[in-house]
Structure formats: C-alpha cells, structure tokens
Design a protein around this ligand. Structure first.
Ligand SMILES: Nc1nc2c(ncn2[C@@H]2O[C@H](COP(=O)(O)OP(=O)(O)OP(=O)(O)O)[C@@H](O)[C@H]2O)c(=O)[nH]1
Ligand SMILES: [Mg+2]
Length: 472
C-alpha cells in the first residue's frame, strides 16, 4: 500500500515545485496531455532530489488545486481589479507558467513578484532551497549616496547592522533592493567556458579532420566507438545524427524512438560514409541495447565486457537473461585489435542526469571499472541539451554559456567519477529534415573528442608493443 505523508506543503517546497512545473519541457509534457502520470513521477523524483518527499499523485493533486486557485483569482481580478490577488503569493509564478508570460519578465515586473519571492524566505529565514534557482539582488532605487539597504529580516540582522554603522541606525537614506530569482535554466555566463566556432568553415574543418584521421596502430583501419547508456538516452539517434552530417541530409538508418524498454535489441556496428557513394570514414559507431536499473533487464554488464574485448559479433541479438558466452554462435574467440573497442562513450540524457536512479549509477560505475581494467578510454556524451535548457533550445551556441547545462555536466562528471573535460554535449537530429550548422558543429566536436580518446588507447598499445619488442 502506498504510504502518503499529509504534511502540508512548505513555501520552499511549493517554490521548488513551481520551478519544476515551469520548466519548459515539463510544462509542455503536462500541457494538454491526458496521460501524464510519467511526468508527475518525474516531478516527484526531482522533488526528492531537492529533499522533498511527495508522491506523483500528491504532485498531480497539488497542481490541480493550484491551477484551480489561480483560475479563480484571475477571474476575481478581472472582475474587481488587481487588488484581489494580493493575498495569494503564488499568483505571479502561476501566471508566468499559465498566463503565457516568460518567467524572467514576471520576476522583475513589480512589487507583487518581489513579495512572492520574499515570502518563502521570510517564512524559512533563508533562501528557497530550490537548486534550480540562482538568487541575485538588484537595486531598484538609489538615493545617490551610500546608505543602508532594506532589512530583509529586521530582528536577525540588527546586531550586524549596528556593528556596521557604529550603532547609528537612524535611517537617513534608503536604497530599495528587489530580489530577483532567475531560474538557472535562463541564466547566462558572460563568456563561454569552452570556445567553439560556429561557422561553415569550422564544420568543414571538423569534417576534414575526421575524414583524414588514421589510427596510429597500422593493423586497425577504423576506430571502434561503443555507445552505451540508459534506454532512450539517444544512442541510436547519435549514430543517425553523425551519419546525417556526413550524408548531407537527415537520415535515420538506426531505429530510434520512445519506449519503456530498449528499441535497440541487437548489437550493431555502423560504418559512416562520407556521402552516398563516399568512402567509409575511419570510425565505426557500435550501438547497443539500453541499460536498465533492475538486474536482468536491459543490456547486461557482462555483455559490455564481451563487446569491449571484441567477442560480440555484429547483429547479435541481446538476451538480458543470458549474456553472450563462448558457446554462443558467432562468438569471436580470439578477436583482433581492430575488433576491440577503442573508446567507450556513455550516452546520457541531459534532462535525466539529476534524477538518475541509484541502481543505474551503480551499474555505470561497475561498467567503468571494467573499462578501466581493460584500458579503454571513456567519455560522456550528453544528449537532449535542447530539452534541458530554454537558452540552448533557442540557440545552440548558448551551450557553453548556460549555467544550467554546466551544472548538468558537472553532475554527470560527479556521478560517473570522470573529469569535466570528458563530458561533451550534443543535440541529435530528431524531428527536422534539414541539417543545422550549429548542431553539426557540436556533433562533430564530440566525434573529434572520441577520436582523441581512442588515440590514447592506441598510444598505450604502441607503448606495450614497443616494450615487448625491446624485451625480445
Ligand atoms: N530533443 C531531443 N530528443 C532526442 C535527442 N536525442 C534523442 N532524442 C529522442 O529521444 C528518444 C530516444 O532516442 P533513441 O535514439 O531511440 O535512444 P536510444 O538510446 O537508442 O534508446 P534505446 O535503443 O531504446 O535504448 C527519441 O524519441 C529521440 O527522438 C536530442 O538530442 N534532443
Ligand atoms: Mg537505440
């Protein structure tokens, strides 16, 4: 039986809840959908990540109630003027979400919004604990000379204020500050923290570099990059996207789409051609079944070892209840170096990094250990950055200016125990028919990183071979 807590919602909890509900993708998922249980489950998980325990049902009921209150107050306001709304502190935030006004405008638009933001702080004697927000204070009116700020919490701040002003607390001048809460999703870093040039020349340069790439070990004509990650993370779409860039139009050779279990059920090694009749590129992308959190479901960790070591044949049908073993038909007993994996890419959905189930994170760690033992370099490709951040959706070149994307990348780096330099974001082709320059540049940059990482693998191999030859 479901155990439900009936503790009333705190202000900071509602604040966090509204941040989540107001996120563009969640808002879109909820908007007009009749079956939105999955989205409420996600909201419940996100709340849990912020330390609030609410079931998906409680989230649904809360939103229903708040929407009904919002409609009633809005109607009242229409009838009796704006004063009727002053008692409901969430009006401005609800209006930003459901009144079709951007959040940032709402937050800066006047005293009511300031009150809405300050209320939870007053109640909790601290800033709201919603990690999705950054808080800044903006001076609204300046009396011209140095003076005192408004005491947000008079009694608590008195001793410090007295000490700062030599016990003279007579108010002679007043500066009023408005606390503006800007969702991190819309906060920009002034200078991009990674530099990338977004023009056709750069795209051509990246494509030429990939075409001209040659593994440093002569027995390996093509570098093999393995794509693994949770169900629906965008593994197949990543191959499709890279293939599209080199084909010159959007293609979808690998089956991609949404499903609760993995749509990809076979191990596939995909060559990418430079154009329809072109030569195969020096890279092979290996697509796999999605990882699932529960044991015995999705791609098996032992199967990953088999792939890394080159035992698994192309088109092998995954069987989560029975991993590949030496007696399985097609099993490669003594794979060559060219059949092994030279770089392992974890494909992670950026919208889910903060709510990654513990068991899945553990599985990824176990895989990482195996790959480390085999000396396979690893990196993370973060997909769906467009769905994660409105700034990025609006313009992909904001990718390294978005505070939120940086935080997701940092979280991915922590979760997998990898440096931030091993995390690259991409936006796959999913719905469009034509290529887009900025998407191409980001996708190609990810491939370049994969090739650089594979080079590390080949360097190690060359060193080992060199040592062996020296010994002989
Ligand atoms: N907005 C957006 N959607 C994406 C992106 N990448 C993938 N998707 C969508 O995510 C869904 C899953 O993509 P797939 O490529 O099938 O994911 P997968 O990892 O291969 O999934 P399985 O094979 O089922 O494990 C599809 O509906 C894609 O359209 C992206 O970068 N942005
Ligand atoms: Mg797939």
């Amino acid at each position: 039986m479901e155990v439900v807590s009936w503790i009333p919602w705190s202000n900071s909890e509602v604040q966090t809840f509204l941040c989540l509900v107001g996120q563009e993708r969640i808002h879109r998922d909820l908007d007009g959908a009749t079956r939105n249980e999955k989205t409420f489950r996600e909201i419940s998980q996100l709340l849990a990540a912020h330390g609030y325990q609410r079931t998906s049902r409680q989230c649904r009921d809360k939103l229903k109630k708040m929407k009904s209150d919002y409609r009633t107050i809005k109607e009242n306001r229409k009838r009796s003027g704006p004063n009727s709304l002053k008692h409901w502190k969430w009006f401005e935030q609800m209006d930003a979400i459901y009144g079709k006004r951007p959040v940032s405008i709402k937050m800066e638009s006047g005293l009511d919004s300031t009150t809405a933001v300050l209320d939870p702080m007053m109640d909790n004697k601290c800033f709201p604990s919603c990690d999705g927000f950054s808080t800044t204070s903006h001076k609204m009116a300046d009396s011209g000379a140095a003076g005192c700020g408004v005491l947000v919490n008079g009694s608590d701040s008195k001793p410090a204020a007295a000490a700062m002003h030599a016990n003279d607390l007579n108010l002679t001048q007043c500066e009023v500050y408005q606390v503006v809460v800007t969702p991190k999703e819309t906060t920009k870093i002034e200078n991009p923290w990674r530099t990338l040039t977004w023009n056709p020349e750069k795209r051509t340069e990246l494509m030429d570099t990939i075409k001209a790439y040659k593994p440093t070990v002569s027995s390996v004509p093509q570098t093999r990059v393995l794509l693994i990650g949770p169900v629906g993370a965008g593994k197949s779409s990543f191959f499709n996207s890279i293939n599209s860039v080199f084909r010159g139009h959007v293609t979808s050779q690998a089956i991609a789409g949404s499903s609760s279990t993995s749509l990809t059920t076979q191990f596939r090694t995909y060559s990418v051609k430079a154009g329809r009749e072109g030569k195969p590129l020096p890279i092979i992308l290996c697509d796999t079944m999605g990882l699932e959190e529960s044991k015995g479901a999705g791609l098996d960790v032992d199967d990953i070892s088999s792939i890394l070591e080159g035992h698994m044949p192309n088109r092998y049908q995954f069987n989560p209840s029975e991993p590949l073993h030496p007696d399985t038909s097609g099993y490669r007993k003594s794979p060559d170096l060219k059949e092994k994996i030279h770089c392992l890419s974890y494909i992670l959905d950026a919208t889910k990094v903060f709510v990654m189930p513990e068991k899945l994170a553990e599985k990824l760690k176990a895989i990482r250990q195996k790959a480390n033992l085999l000396g396979v370099p690893q990196l993370v490709v973060l997909t769906k950055v467009d769905d994660s951040c409105p700034l990025v959706k609006e313009n992909l070149t904001n990718i390294y200016r978005s505070v939120y994307i940086k935080e997701i990348m940092q979280e991915a780096s922590t979760k997998l125990g990898m440096p931030l330099s091993c995390i690259v974001p991409v936006r796959n082709y999913v719905e469009e028919l034509d290529l887009d320059l900025n998407s191409d540049v980001l996708l190609l940059s990810a491939v370049i990183q994969m090739l650089r990482f594979a080079d590390n693998y080949f360097d190690e191999i060359s060193d080992q071979l060199g040592n062996l030859q020296n010994k002989e």
